[in-house]
Design a protein around this ligand. Sequence first.
Ligand code: HEC
Length: 177
Amino acid sequence: MMLRVLGIFLIGLALQAQAGVTPQFCTDLSGIPETPGVDFTSQIQPIFANNGCETCHGGSGNLYLTPGQSYSNLVSVPASAPVPVNRVEPGNADQSFLFWKVNCDSPGSGSRMPIGGTLSEADQALIRDWINQGALPAGPGAGGANPVPGLGWVGQWLLVLLLLSVGLARARRALLG
Ligand code: HEC
């Protein structure tokens, strides 16, 4: 009997711990269509500047949302709050503490951000889209330079293979006469 009560108590505790890291009371953004190619510098950083985030996260603590520091403080960095997720998990807004913090009244730990306010749904959705699109530092295309423009990556690999096989054939002829 005692054991059974203890067991139920422990299961309850475990469930509660689980509930503690699940964001709740989140704004439903499903009606807001995805914005393609969200750019961090011109579309995400201004959200931090215009909503007071930089004021509190700009001079102390371990989360700086100021330009030049925000990206490296967010992407693939574990949250300092006791939640089992990174601040930003590239490709997965649902597993990103930053998104929980701006989208939910009970974000798993602490308060909704900004403290004392709420981001517009449009801004919340931009953060969602930026993370889901891979949390890139700048718009797509600004990543790696394309050595042969217009050919695309597949075309370039085919070109490399072609050049290699021509080279091999030549080398064989040279060696075998
Ligand atoms: C009035 C001060 C204040 C403002 C404004 C503010 N924050 Fe915060 N923020 C805090 C405090 C204090 C904490 C730690 C306590 C908590 O999590 O509630 C925190 C925690 C966070 C965390 C969790 C960091 C971690 O790793 O645990 C994120 C993410 C965050 N804030 C993002 C933002 C964003 C984005 C904005 C603007 C939309 C913002 N904050 C505005 C004070 C503020």
